[in-house]
Ligand binder design. Sequence first.
Ligand code: F6R
Length: 240
Amino acid sequence: MLFMKIIKATDYNDMSKKAAMIISAQVVLNPHSVLGLATGSTPLGTYAKLVEWCNKGDLDFSDVITFNLDEYRGLTSEHEQGYRYYMNNNLFSKINIKPENTHVPNGVANNIEEECSNYDKQISELGGISLQLLGIGHDGHIGFNEPAEYFEKSTHCVNLTEETIKANSRFFENADMVPKQAITMGMKSIMQAKKIVLVVNGKDKKEILNKALFGPITPKVPASILQLHPDLTVIACDAL
Ligand code: F6R
């Protein structure tokens, strides 16, 4: 049975707290959980809550394993706009997770195809993702699965759309500095996650969220595939 739960958060803090509570429950019930994680501005508050609760002693990440959705092609782990850097800075260095249990695609791997297939292999060898945290782009992307003619199943290298480059230029000096490609987890690992939590913040996401949740299921709106997931929770602030 398909089951979509939509929660209207009162504000950003409420959205973050609710998402962090679901993640905490997952980790408490299964300390060996495999978490799929997102970057971007939306989950920052969620990560801040997880850090707070871990430091209070209420959460233990020592056996948790994580896989991030994506990484820019060409950015090293030390690059401040890279997603490995973001995760280390906003979450991993502040909780008791083992660094070797955290995975972010290697944006500077020499053999990208091998990097992508190894990423999928590692996820499937662990039995898949227990809980996947997602954000949504203005063009409906999840991870960096951009609007396309078909849903791409596996982890792959993708050309970023002009819209995504423009949206993400706020994190760089200018749009020219935004990498044009990224490595992203494909739809298979995302959709095979046992639970999905989608966090959405802001009026500017209202139109795309509506299309994704209630419009036709199409690779032109990548997030629309989530309608087919059996355990999807959407936590939205100002976007419904
Ligand atoms: C990043 C990711 C992206 C973002 C999306 C929204 O890891 O998965 O799909 O979730 O671009 O980004 P924000 O939250 O900055 O609006």
